[in-house]
Ligand binder design. Sequence first.
Ligand code: ATP
Length: 258
Amino acid sequence: MSEIATKKLSFAYDQKKIIDNVDLSISDGQILVILGPNGIGKSTLLSCLSGLHKSYSGSIQLGDQELRTIPKKVLSHHVALVSQGVNVKSSLKLTDYLLLGRSAFHSIFSQPNQNDQLQVDRVLTQIGLEDYRDISLQDMSGGQKQLAQIGRALVQEPQLLIMDEPTSALDYKNQILVLKLIKALSDNNISIIISTHDPNQAMMVGDLVGLLIDNQTYIQGSTEEILTEKYLSDLYKTPIVSTYNQQLHRNIFGTRMD
Ligand SMILES: Nc1ncnc2c1ncn2[C@@H]1O[C@H](COP(=O)(O)OP(=O)(O)OP(=O)(O)O)[C@@H](O)[C@H]1O
C-alpha cells in the first residue's frame, strides 16, 4: 500500500474550502514534492492524505482501498506522517518517544520487544542522534526535535511516508542527511510525499512535483516539466530565476530583492 491517488479531492474547514478538486497520484517508490505559497493548503492536503482529515469529498485510494474506510491501526502500518513544525512537547526521553512509532505493532498492554529496540537503534543512527538517546524531547533543540519527529515516523516502517516541511528547522548538513534518507527510502520502494518551500530540494529529490496554485488549482508533473522559472514565478508571485550550476550539476533557483 504505497500507491496513493486522489480523484476530485476537496476539503473544507467549516464552510471554508481549502482543497478543491485535486487529482494527485504517486506510484511505488516515487518521491512527490509539493510546493505552494503560505496558507494555500499544503498541510491540509497532507493531513487528508495521511488519514487525519476524514471529512473530505472525492476519493483517496490507498492501494485499492478508500482511505477513510481503513481502520486507524491498519493505516498506521502503512502510512506515517511527519507533521509541520518543531513544537512537539514531550517529557519522554528520545528512545521512548521513538518507541511510540512502534505502537501500531502492539496492543496497549504489550511491552516493546527486541525488534522494536533494534528499530529504534537503527533510526537513532540514521538521524544522527545516538548521543541523545536518553535526553528528554523538551531539552532538545528545534532541529533535534524535527529529526526526532522524522525518526518516529521511520520507526513505524511505513510504505508511504508523508512529510510536511521536514527540513524547515535543519542546517545544511542535516537537510542533506534527511534528503539522502528520503532517497534511500524511495530506493527501497517506499513512496514519499513532502512539502517544502525550497524548489532546490524538489530538484534534488523529486521524481514528481505538485504545485498548489491560486484558487486551489493543483498541477502535477515530472520535476523537469514543473520546475520552470515561469511556473515558480507564477506560483510565488515573485520572480524566480534558475541557473545551471556546473559544480552541483543541476539548476538552482533563487529570487531577487528588487
Ligand atoms: N484547523 C483549521 N481550522 C480552520 N482553518 C484552518 C485550519 N488549519 C488551517 N486552516 C486554514 O487553511 C488554510 C490552509 O492552511 P495550511 O496550513 O494547509 O496551508 P499551508 O499551505 O500548509 O501553509 P504554510 O506554507 O504557511 O505552512 C489557511 O488559510 C489556514 O488559515
